[in-house]
Every structure is written in C-alpha cells, then in structure tokens.
Ligand binder design. Structure first.
Ligand SMILES: [Zn+2]
Length: 324
C-alpha cells in the first residue's frame, strides 16, 4: 500500500484547498459532504441492495431536487477527491512497517491478551449472516477475507459485514492455488480490491493467500503492492468439517496473545463453524482474551513500539545529562 499511502498523504495537503472550495459551495454540497462522512450512507447502489439511499424528491413536483443544481466540472472533481479522502480516513491505512510484510501473529510488547478472529472465503449466504449475528451479540469485531467470485454474487452480504464495522481483507478473485504469472496474480488481487472498494467503500490493505500458498505468485504480487500478508497462528481446520468439539479445542490449543485464528464463513457448508463460534468466544473470553481486528492488532503493536522507542529515547537523553 506504499504508493497508495503516499498518494493519500499528498491528498491530505490538497484537502485544505478541497475543504475551502467545498465550504464555499452551496448548502446542498455541504449536505452531501456530511452524508459522505457517514460510512453507512456510503453504500454503492446495487439492484439487489436493501440499503439503497432514498433520493431527495420534491413532494410537490415529484422532481429530483439534486438534479436541478448544476455543478461545474472542477467542483465535481474536488468533491470526488474529498469523497475518496473521507473514505480513506474511515478505513485507515497500514503503518509503513507492515507494508509488504507477512506474519502469522502480531506479538505485542505488553503481551496483552488480544486475538483476531478471521473468516475466509465469503461472503456466503446463510453462514456469513449467522456469524455476524453471533459477533454482534458478543460485541466483537473480526476480519473477513473475501473472495471476488462470491463477493460479486452476494454484494449485499458484504455490505452487512462492512456496516457492522468488521475489517475486510483481500482473498483473491478465484481462490486458485496453482502457480500463476504476475499478470494473472495482479488480476486476482486488483479485481478483488476494486470490487471490495466498490461494494463496501473499504480500501483493503490486508491480503491472505488461498490455502496459505506463499510461492505461487500471489504473495509476491501482494507484497509488491505493499499489502500486509496475514497468515494465521491458530487453525480451526473447519474446512475439513471436524466435529464441533474438535474444532473448538483446536482453536483453544493454538490460541495465543497477538494471534490470528483461521475460520471460514464461506466456501461450503459452514454450519460447524457457526455452531462452534459461541463456544470459541466464551472460552477465549474466560481465558481473558479480547477480540480485535487485524488492522487494530497492527495499530496496537505500532503504538506500543513507538511508545517504547520514545521512552528509550527519553531515558537516553536524561542519561546524558549531568545531575545537579
Ligand atoms: Zn480461503
């Protein structure tokens, strides 16, 4: 995400101009800006979407008022930039130290008991909604690694995931394991990235290779694009459809602070995962774990390390001083 990160930094400078211009524009424009600041209103209208925003229609004339106000091209461009900037601010960016890095877990210097639940291969009808319900009931945010094909098929389910505030990762378009050319890997990742953005408004900066394959060309391309490559430290093996107790025990056995737990909401019948999830949550909570998303986990480590570095710089400085 390096290029994108810098791009947004540059945009931030231009944002001052954009804000001034936008502020000088009509009340309608300001109204629109306010709407953009709300992620829930940022849903891309889809034929099947339940979340389509009602149009501003004049009740007397029945006309669409928004269509009556002409906007010059320059202003439209500025607004479009600002809109993207707001989206970027909402989704957050990867700390540079994690760009192009692959990790199975994110160790925190504080050893705080946090863990990230991750769900791959969705969105998937039935199971994703059930998982969202369980997570909401427990007030937990997780990370969903979405695949392009089902995402195209079930955009409204992906919008539910985003609306609930979960993090979204890129899990390629076709979920292929085989070795591929850079051009194919680029399509697999870029097409999925574009669709995630179009449907949810999220600029994802985290990638997980299908099957954990590290050498088929996908991870090489993802790293080049500065994605954080998220593997896992606890494997539920739910893709093998073990019994619910086996699945729960496997996760508990492999859970550790800063860990990432591999689960699946899509790719097949995930009723065992759905059934096991409340127990996994309960048991981990009983062991003192709090649940975070992968971006939160990265941000936590980044902050802790920055704080430690600042403290050590502070103590070095004071060590050099002569005591009175
Ligand atoms: Zn997968």
């Amino acid at each position: 995400m390096g290029k994108r990160y810098l791009f947004v930094r540059r945009r931030r400078a231009r944002n001052v101009l954009a804000t001034v211009l936008a502020a000088a524009a009509s009340g309608l424009v300001l109204g629109m800006l306010l709407r953009w600041k709300q992620p829930a209103a940022e849903v891309v209208p889809l034929a099947t979407s339940q979340q389509r925003q009602p149009k501003s229609v004049d009740s007397d004339s029945g006309e669409d008022k928004t269509a009556l106000v002409p906007l010059n091209e320059g202003l439209t461009q500025v607004i479009s930039q600002l809109k993207q900037e707001v989206k970027a601010e909402l989704t957050g960016f990867l700390p540079p130290k994690f760009q192009g890095v692959t990790l199975k877990e994110v160790k925190l210097p504080s050893k705080e008991k946090v863990i990230a639940l991750t769900f791959d291969d969705g969105p998937w009808p039935g199971s994703t909604e059930k998982i969202l319900k369980i997570l909401k009931k427990n007030n937990i945010k997780a990370t969903f690694f979405m695949v392009g094909e089902p995402l195209k098929e079930y955009p409204q389910i992906a919008q539910l995931v985003a609306a609930d505030g979960h993090a979204i990762g890129n899990h390629t378009w076709h979920h292929w394991y085989h070795r591929m050319s850079e051009a194919t890997a680029a399509r697999e990742i870029n097409d999925t990235e574009a669709l995630i953005y179009k449907i949810t408004g999220v600029k994802s900066s985290i990638f997980r290779p299908p099957g954990g394959m590290l050498n088929n060309g996908l991870v090489a391309y993802a790293k080049k694009q500065k994605y954080f490559v998220a593997m896992w430290s606890a494997d539920s093996i739910d893709y093998r459809r073990p019994s619910v107790p086996t699945l729960v025990n496997k996760v508990l056995k492999e859970s550790q602070p800063g860990g990432m737990v591999l689960l699946h909401d899509g790719g097949g019948d995930r009723s065992n995962t759905v059934q096991a999830l409340p127990q996994i949550i309960d048991k981990l909570q009983n062991r003192g774990y709090k649940f975070v998303t992968i971006p939160e986990l990265l941000e936590m480590q980044n902050k802790e390390l920055q704080l430690a570095a600042a403290k050590s710089a502070g103590s070095n400085n004071s060590a050099g001083k002569i005591s009175p």
